[in-house]
Each structure stands twice: as structure tokens, then as C-alpha cells.
Design a protein around this ligand. Structure first.
Ligand code: C2E
Ligand code: CA
Ligand code: CA
Length: 664
């Protein structure tokens, strides 16, 4: 799975609860901060009230100390302030008083010293003040005030203009006058009015409601996001046919399981299970019956897996499982048991299910990364399981096959080739070998076939049989075909320029290439680019390709011939009869497959077939090339029968260009 795709899947599947929780936490924090702000506001209100009371008392003390008017006049002046106060002399005798001063009892109060040494405060109120330990002033207990306001709230008529007191907190200020004996006691009243309480309540309420709305919106957004992700995942990971999961899901979660650090010591089995001849079942019954069957298979498989095991449909009637693995015997038994249950899905129809198993041993097959996770790819493992199942495909019977060492080796080779193919092409590691074709009657060189070899710095000399089938599978063959045509045309041009008498060289073009409708133009452009004459290039098409789209094939051949290229049918007689193709296709050359010249039963039947094939070709105006000829008798026989050319070890094996050029 591509890295970016995996990252996107991870984003989708990630649990968004954390995001929601973080947002919720942030909202709660903001709430607390705002509440603190309202408390600070209230503290500020209360403190400024106290401050104004204290300032007013300081004013009275100043008047008392600095006044020169007679005492009676002074007392009258102070009384007018409306504050309760009293003055005592050195012995504690009350010199003058106003109001209910009996209520003050210093022994029954909490007291605290001001910064100013000659002032002490007392409060006998049991709400609102906490004596601070340092003695440097008062601490207001908002909670007390709040409780008191709440207790009183039932009895008041809330009105924003009401100055009616709700909480009264009296403080007595005791000032020792400058004579060192006289004390001036005055009462400061801190009053929380209905208006104060209302402002406080309303701000508190507004903040709470706002925060509640924010939290609600966050929760709704998180839920909506979650639902949307679920829906996207259902589309990405769901299988619309079975209602189960698809391969994307399997690859994503499978990789997560096998790559996990904590699963490092566990082994898993990746199982590919395929219903053989599913298409036939659909033809005999119906498409919808087929889909119903796929649903039943999926249900049956899902029932048979344990927690933390996976099941998904890959395509058509192919399913994949990730199972926990203990040992070979047990896993084979388990898969066989699953297959017997699948077979029992229908009483009247005899199903064949073929399963391939590969064992995933993270520490053995994977690379351990720095963070402890394993670098592995479950898709690769699935391909191994599929390769194991491939060994069963010779029959239609149910069966279970475990990937053996040879298969693993083969699969690894396929992976390596796929990985290296592009760099090998870019570095020109593919080399053109030429196998000469000779006229058996004159023993003269009359042509050659270009055959690829991989000169790998890592693997040495690799024959085409080891790479061509892989390139045909993965589609790289079209690039190889281009490469070969370009190199052959280049060589031909070079040899011509050197004055050599060049012979036509045939190049193999894969059947995969014929899917492209501009094939002839592509080939023409490649050859023209190298400035090589068209008549020195021949195109070989393998016999089996003639069973593909006939119309397209015919069009491509006609176009190639029109451009001046000769076209040959390769491997004639190796597979199905292609006599029919011979009838329709305007080919130039018929290449008799090497099989004709292997182990003739001795009764001469092969000779009869070969001579008839040569006659047939002649009647159709085609030249013949016999491939794989190794012995003199065959050469003599072919010369007698009128075969035009022989390409075989008798004359020469495929050889590098510099060796071939010495022969022309
Ligand atoms: P092919 O096109 O049928 O090529 C003939 C093969 O028979 C060559 O094998 C050649 O070395 C071999 N051969 C020729 N004479 C004899 C003989 O007397 N005895 C024996 N035992 N073998 C003989 P090679 O080079 O290994 O190629 C194998 C196949 O790989 C080719 O079969 C062709 O199908 C494919 N191939 C090779 N090069 C290319 C290429 O450039 N493009 C494509 N598309 N396919 C290629
Ligand atoms: Ca060939
Ligand atoms: Ca051939």
C-alpha cells in the first residue's frame, strides 16, 4: 500500500475521541478562567468598598487629631458623619461614643494588624473574612459571601436599581492616636447590595451559558466528524457484494497487526481461499445467486475466525484470511476444516475451494526498524499465499497447500526482478544476443533473431526464461520490446555504416503489446529514430497471441507490413492449432517450433507434420524457419523439404553482438 494512502487511512481510522477530549478540556479551562475573572471582579468590588470605608475613617481620625475647636463641637462634627465610633483614653475609659458600640467585643473578634503599626482591625462577623496568617491585612472569603447571598436571595426582590443590603460585614478599626494612649474605634460596614449580587449572578450565568454552548457545539462537531469518518471508511473498506470487508481494509489492518512491535514474537498465516469455477456457477445459476453465494462464503469465513484475525474478499470469489499460527499441522487442519464448512454451503452443488497458506514470521521475514516495528508488507505475503494456491490449480478439487521453500525462493525472485527492472533498463543492463539463421541448402547466414539477456551486476548472467514471464505479468514487457527494437535498429545502422552486409533480424514483440492500437507507429518511430532501414527488422509474434483480438491483430500486421517490416508467427505448432490464423493473417514467415525436432517417436510422424507445414507455408507465400535444430540429419531433412532457414544450435547458439558481427 502506498505510504500516502496508508497515512490517509490512518487519519480516518484514528480515534477522534482524543481530539474531542482535548477540546472539552480546553472549554472547561476557559470556563474556570472566566469564573476566576468574575471572582476577581467581585473581590475588587468588595475591596474597593472596604477601602472607601477605611479612607472615610482615616478622615475622621485626622479631623479628631488635628482639630482645634472645642471637644463638644468636634464630637458633633464627627457624629454628623453617621458612623458608629467611640474614643477611649489610656485607661480604656470611653471619652465619647456614637451608635451601638456595645456590639464590639475585641476579645470575641478576629483581629489583624495593618501595615500601619498603629491600626488594628477587628471583625466579629462570622462571614466574609478570614484572618490571614501574616497579619498584613484581610482576606475576603467569597464563598462565604456567595452562600450568604444565596441564603438571602429568597427574601429579596431582585432589581438592578436596588441598593438594599444583602450581606453586611462589619469591621472595627482601632487607631492608636499619636499621643500613644487614646484609641479611636470606628465601624466600617462592607455591604453587598442586591445590585452587586445581581451583577455577579448575571455575569456568572452568561459565562456558564456561553461555555455550555461552546461545549455542546464541540461535542456535536466531534460526533458529526466521527459519523462522517465511519461512512467514508465503510465506502473505502467495505465490500458492497458481501457486506463484509475488502482488500484495502485487509491490507491496512493486516499491516498494522504484523508490523506491531508487541506482535514481533507472534506468527501469522495469510491464507488465500478461492472458489474454483465461480464463473461457471454464475452461468449455471445467475449473477445474483453467485453474489448470494459470496455472501454466504464471507459469513462462513467470518464465523470461523477468532478475535484479532481478519477476513476480507479480494476479488471475484477469492478471499483472504489472516490467522494466528502455531504450527504447520494445526493451521492446515484448521483451513481444511474451514473448507469442509464452505463445501457444505450447498447440498446439491459440489464446490471446490483451493487454499494457499504462507507463514508470516515477522522477525524472520521482516526487517526490525529502530522503533521496534517491523518492515513488512502483507500484500506481498498474500501473493505468496496465492502462489502456494497456484500449485493446486491443475485440478478443480478442494485442497490446501502451504508455501514451500522453492515457491518462496521463486516469489522472492519475482519481487526482486520487479524492484530492479527499471534501474536495469536505465543502466542498459539488458544485452541483445543474436542467434543466426542459416539457409540449410547453402549454409549461408540469412538472418538472426534478437534475444534478450540480463547482465546483472548483482545476479550475473540471467537468461530470458527467468525474466520475460515476469515482465509479461507486470506489463514491463512493452518497455523491453521497445528497448530491444531500438538496440537492434541501432546495431543494424552501425553495421551498415561500417559497410557490413546486414541480414534481417527478428525481434520478439509480446502479445501484451498488441493491446495498443498504435503499435505499428511506435515500432516505426523507434526504427526511424535510429535511421535503420525497415526491411532489416522483422517482428515475431508468438502463436498464442493470435487467439487475442483478431481484428486488432490483423490491423497491426497490415500496418507493419505497410511500413515495410516483415512479420512472422513464432512457435508455430507449440500450442493450439493456429491454422485458422494462417488463413486470415498476411504473414511473411512461419517459425516452426522447436518441439517438432525433439524426440521423434521414430515412426516418422513428426517428419510428415514438418514437411506438410513447410508445404502449407509455401502455398501461402510464406518463408519457413525451423527453430531448435541441433543435429545434422534434421538439417539435411529440412534442406530436402525446402525449409528456408534454420535457427538452432547446430549452426550457432545466441551470441553477443560483437561475435555475431564477425559472421556477417
Ligand atoms: P523464442 O522466441 O522461441 O526463442 C528461441 C529460444 O530457443 C531461445 O531461447 C534460443 O536460445 C533457444 N534455442 C535456439 N536454438 C536452440 C537449440 O538448438 N536447442 C535448444 N535447446 N534451444 C534453442 P532463449 O534465448 O532462452 O529465449 C527464450 C524465450 O524468451 C524466447 O523464445 C522468447 O519467447 C523469450 N524472449 C527472449 N528474448 C526476448 C525479447 O527480447 N522479447 C520478448 N518479448 N521475448 C523474448
Ligand atoms: Ca522468438
Ligand atoms: Ca520460438
Amino acid at each position: 500500500m502506498k505510504k500516502s494512502k496508508e497515512i490517509n487511512y490512518r487519519k480516518l481510522t484514528r480515534n477522534n475521541v482524543w481530539v474531542g477530549l482535548v477540546a472539552l478540556f480546553a472549554a472547561v479551562c476557559i470556563h474556570v478562567v472566566l469564573l476566576l475573572a468574575t471572582s476577581i471582579l467581585l473581590t475588587y468590588i468588595v475591596e474597593s468598598k472596604i477601602q472607601s470605608e477605611i479612607d472615610s475613617i482615616h478622615g475622621m481620625v485626622a479631623i479628631y487629631e488635628n482639630s482645634v475647636v472645642p471637644k463638644e463641637e468636634l464630637y458633633a462634627l464627627l457624629d454628623k458623619k453617621g458612623r458608629e465610633y467611640f474614643i477611649t483614653d489610656g485607661e480604656g475609659k470611653v471619652l465619647h461614643s456614637k451608635g451601638q458600640i456595645e456590639a464590639f467585643d475585641s476579645s470575641n473578634s478576629i483581629s489583624w494588624q495593618s501595615f500601619n503599626d498603629n491600626v488594628t482591625y477587628y471583625s466579629n462577623s462570622n462571614i466574609g473574612f478570614i484572618k490571614s496568617g501574616v497579619g498584613d491585612g484581610m482576606v475576603i472569603n467569597l464563598l462565604d459571601i456567595f452562600k450568604e447571598v444565596r441564603a438571602k436571595s429568597a427574601d429579596v426582590d431582585f432589581n438592578l436599581r436596588s441598593d438594599e443590603p444583602m450581606v453586611t460585614m462589619p469591621i472595627w478599626q482601632d487607631t492608636l492616636l499619636s499621643d500613644g494612649e487614646t484609641h479611636f474605634y470606628a465601624k466600617a460596614s462592607v455591604v453587598i447590595t442586591v445590585k452587586d449580587a445581581l451583577i455577579w449572578f448575571v455575569s456568572y450565568l452568561v459565562i456558564t451559558v456561553l461555555i455550555a454552548i461552546v461545549i455542546l457545539l464541540l461535542v456535536i462537531a466531534a460526533i458529526v466528524n466521527h459519523i462522517r469518518n465511519r461512512r467514508t471508511l465503510a465506502v473505502l473498506f467495505g465490500d458492497p457484494v458481501t457486506g463484509g470487508k475488502n482488500m484495502n481494509w485487509f491490507v491496512y489492518y493486516g499491516n498494522r497487526i504484523i508490523r506491531k512491535k508487541k506482535n514481533r514474537d507472534r506468527k501469522y498465516a495469510v491464507v488465500s481461499i478461492e472458489l474454483v469455477k465461480y464463473n461457471l456457477y454464475c452461468v449455471c445459476h445467475s449473477m445474483s445467486a453467485g453474489e448470494e453465494l459470496l455472501r454466504n462464503i464471507n459469513d462462513c469465513l467470518t464465523k470461523n475466525i477468532l478475535k484479532k484475525e481478519l477476513c476480507a474478499r479480494v476479488s471475484s470469489a477469492e478471499f483472504v484470511l489472516l490467522l494466528k499460527y502455531t504450527d504447520e499441522a494445526r493451521i492446515q487442519k484448521r483451513v481444511s476444516h474451514i473448507i469442509s464448512q464452505l463445501e457444505a454451503l450447498s447440498e446439491e452443488h459440489k464446490f471446490g475451494f483451493q487454499a494457499g497458506i504462507t507463514v508470516v514470521d515477522p522477525t524472520k521475514t521482516g526487517e526490525v526498524l529502530k522503533n521496534g516495528h517491523i518492515r513488512m508488507d502483507i500484500k506481498k505475503e498474500f501473493n505468496y499465499a496465492k502462489a502456494a494456491a497456484g500449485a493446486l490449480s491443475v485440478t478443480d478439487e478442494s485442497g490446501v497447500a502451504l508455501l514451500d521453500d522453492k515457491m518462496i525462493e521463486e516469489q522472492r525472485w519475482i519481487d526482486t526482478v520487479c524492484e530492479k527492472q527499471q534501474s536495469a533498463l536505465d543502466n542498459e543492463e539488458f544485452v541483445v544476443y543474436y542467434q543466426p539463421k542459416y539457409d540449410p541448402r547453402t549454409d549461408k547466414l540469412t538472418g538472426a533473431e534478437a534475444l534478450i539477456r540480463w547482465q546483472s551486476p548483482e545476479f550475473g548472467f540471467v537468461p530470458p526464461g527467468r525474466i520475460i514471464p515476469i515482465f509479461e505479468q507486470n506489463g514491463f514487457i512493452t518497455q523491453i520490446d521497445h528497448y530491444m527494437i531500438r538496440h537492434v535498429a541501432r546495431d543494424q545502422k552501425k553495421w551498415l555504416d561500417e559497410g557490413k552486409s546486414c541480414v534481417p533480424v527478428s525481434v520478439n514483440v509480446s502479445r501484451a503489446h498488441f493491446a495498443e492500437d498504435d503499435l505499428a507507429d511506435q515500432i516505426c518511430a523507434l526504427v526511424d529514430e535510429e535511421k535503420a532501414p525497415h526491411e532489416l527488422i522483422e517482428i515475431e509474434l508468438t502463436e498464442s497471441a493470435f487467439f487475442d483480438d483478431k481484428k486488432a491483430m490483423l490491423a497491426a500486421i497490415a500496418k507493419l507490413k505497410n511500413y515495410g517490416f516483415a512479420v512472422s508467427m513464432d512457435d508455430f505448432g507449440s500450442g493450439y492449432s493456429s491454422l485458422n490464423s494462417l488463413k486470415d493473417m498476411p504473414l511473411d514467415v512461419l517459425k516452426l517450433d522447436a518441439e517438432f525436432f525433439r524426440g521423434d517417436g521414430g515412426d516418422g510422424r513428426a517428419q510428415i507434420v514438418v514437411s506438410e507445414a513447410i508445404r502449407l507455408a509455401k502455398n501461402l507465400n510464406m518463408r519457413t524457419v525451423a527453430e531448435g535444430v541441433e543435429v545434422k540429419e534434421q538439417v539435411d531433412f529440412l534442406a530436402k523439404e525446402g525449409c528456408d532457414m534454420i535457427q538452432g544450435y547446430y549452426y550457432a547458439k545466441p551470441m553477443p553482438a560483437d561475435e555475431f558481427v564477425t559472421r556477417i
